[in-house]
Design a protein around this ligand. Structure first.
Ligand code: F6P
Length: 543
């Protein structure tokens, strides 16, 4: 940690020690203006962080951390195309993927990347138009009704999540399916409901070498060729990759391959051709609206001061909770069925990016980085794990997301959804004291001995910090801005923790080990040198 950051960090450590023990309900009781003081708006969004365990002084010190770590300088480095992914010597220019053609150049190695970005977007648009217009025909002359995206990690989670999030905008004639898992059950159950004649496969892989994707692609190809013959591959397979040589080797016509670039990290690639299945699901105009929303958030992130900067605030609040209050996790709780896959998507974005313990100088980190992220949509989670958040004794900062307007407007649903969302954050903040519970039960007519026996079970500690993000309505523009918000939040945290959020050596290690074990499991290599547990598991499987 650099000396300036260390000084700001130490000030926060002292501040945390001085303020510990103050309950959130006391903070609310002491300041009727707390909501006005500790919430911000951006366009028609509202971020309420007044239920976090912070005081105005906390926010002032956290903003000091932003400046001490030179967040503005790092933003410039990213925008300038510097190799901020220093362990792979790559830039991280996902912002270029949503940069309008008219908004000027973005340079990478002295080269403007914008013409190539927009050329590829235009090719995608033409392709989506062909499919939706029923001009693209399968090998038997029939139009495409089903698209299967085969990819994993960043080549799956973004478009999969966004396709569900934008269910209200779906094209009526196209169904889009996602297959990621190496377990044959994923592909087999998807294909069981499909006809080869009307199915198009999108093979999505940045490297085009990922074992899971290559195995699923090969099996899908086999399924198609068995039904329609080898010549059908050209009409039923397209690819998205940075590795066009491997795409050609797989047998996909280069004319049907969509490119992106090594300066796009897999988990930051939804905005590139990796978004093709999403564009097929919701139409290209909506895909462009998604890009425009992300670009709007980029502009906010680049220009807003930390006190008003939504990604910055979320980043700083989580650093406060995890590094100074000791939380080791965060619950993401969207009160939106359509955002049901957001926790899973953000697990990759946040934990693959910042789940690290080596700093940019190659030294061990002096603090914990990314906390564990988990979550489920409300209200389902209320009937599963919320009990533990209320009374389980763990510090679990919660992030609620709700929309003021529903995307599917069934009478009676949305007010109840919002009531539940706000009730949970209120209950988690206030809790209920033993005295309050006792009075409540007595007022309800319960006998005094019963009250004394049950009140301890029905009391709640509260003081569980939460943030509520209120969106206007879930549409492509809002979704694009929401996802860009989290990308930038992760970036700010990486700057303060001084780690590279754009590599993932832990994942690469797992791939390396699986490749070593495969020939042993297949009986093509001896298992010498394995630990006795791994050897025992393999032996038991084979026996
Ligand atoms: O999970 C590791 C990872 O490298 C991710 O970063 C990436 O999104 C995923 O594998 C898939 O990689 P590819 O797109 O190259 O198939």
């Amino acid at each position: 940690m650099k000396p300036a950051t260390r000084a700001a960090w130490d000030a926060l450590t002292h501040h945390a020690a001085a303020g510990s023990g103050v309950h959130l309900r006391e903070l609310f009781a002491a300041d009727a203006q707390r909501f006005a003081r500790l919430s911000v708006t951006w366009n028609d969004w509202l971020l309420d962080y007044s239920k976090q365990r912070v005081a105005p002084e906390t926010m002032h010190l956290l903003q000091g951390l932003w400046h001490a770590a030179d967040v503005p300088g790092w933003i410039l480095r990213m925008r300038n195309g510097d190799a901020i992914n220093h362990t792979e010597d790559r830039a991280a220019l996902h912002i270029a993927l949503r940069h309008p053609a008219s908004a000027g150049p973005i340079l990478h190695g002295g080269h403007d990347v914008m013409p190539a970005v927009h050329h590829e977007l235009d090719r995608m648009q033409a392709f989506v138009g062909q499919i939706h217009g029923r001009h693209w025909r399968g090998a038997t002359g029939e139009p495409i009704s089903d698209v299967v995206n085969i990819g994993i990690g960043g080549s799956d989670l973004g478009p999969r999540m966004a396709t569900q999030a934008l269910a209200a905008f779906r094209h009526p004639d196209i169904r889009v399916h996602y297959v990621a898992n190496l377990d044959g059950a994923d592909l087999a159950t998807t294909l069981a409901a499909l006809q080869p004649r009307t199915t198009l496969f999108v093979i999505a892989s940045k490297t085009f070498t990922t074992q899971e994707t290559m195995q699923n692609a090969a099996s899908a190809r086999h399924w198609l060729v068995q039904a329609l013959g080898e010549a059908a591959v050209a009409r039923h397979f397209v690819a998205v990759s940075t590795n066009l040589a491997e795409v050609a080797r797989f047998g996909i016509d280069p004319a049907n391959a969509f490119a992106f670039w090594d300066w796009v990290g897999g988990r930051y690639s939804l905005w590139s051709a990796i978004g093709l299945p999403l564009a097929l699901a919701v139409g290209f105009d909506n895909f462009r609206r998604l890009l425009a929303g992300a670009h709007a958030m980029d502009g906010h992130f680049f220009s807003a001061p930390p006190a008003e900067n939504l990604p910055g605030l979320l980043a700083l609040l989580e650093i406060w909770n995890s590094n100074f209050l000791g939380a080791d996790n965060r619950a993401l709780l969207p009160y939106s069925q359509s955002l049901g896959l957001l926790p899973r998507y953000l697990q990759q974005l946040e934990m693959e990016s910042n789940g690290k313990q080596t700093d940019r100088q190659g030294q061990p980190l002096q603090c914990a980085a990314a906390p564990v992220l988990w979550g489920e949509p409300g209200t389902n989670g209320q009937h599963a794990f919320y009990q533990l958040i209320h009374q389980g004794g763990h510090l679990i900062p919660c992030e609620f997301i709700a929309c003021r307007q529903p995307d599917f407007d069934l009478p009676g649903h949305h007010p109840k959804l919002l009531a539940n969302c706000f009730a949970q954050s209120e209950a988690l903040m206030r809790g209920k004291t033993l005295a309050e519970t006792t009075a409540e039960l007595a007022a309800g007519g319960m006998a005094p001995d019963q009250v004394a026996r049950l009140a301890p079970y029905r009391s709640f500690p509260g003081n569980q910090p939460s943030t509520t993000l209120l969106l206007p309505r879930l549409d492509p523009h809002t979704l694009g801005a929401l996802l860009a918000l989290y990308e930038h939040k992760v970036f700010v945290q990486s700057i303060i923790w001084d780690i590279n959020p754009f590599d993932q050596w832990g994942v690469e290690y797992g791939k390396q080990l699986a490749n070593r074990l495969l020939p042993i499991i297949e009986g093509k290599a001896p298992g010498a040198g394995l630990d006795c547990s791994t050897a025992g598991l393999i032996h038991y499987c084979k026996s």
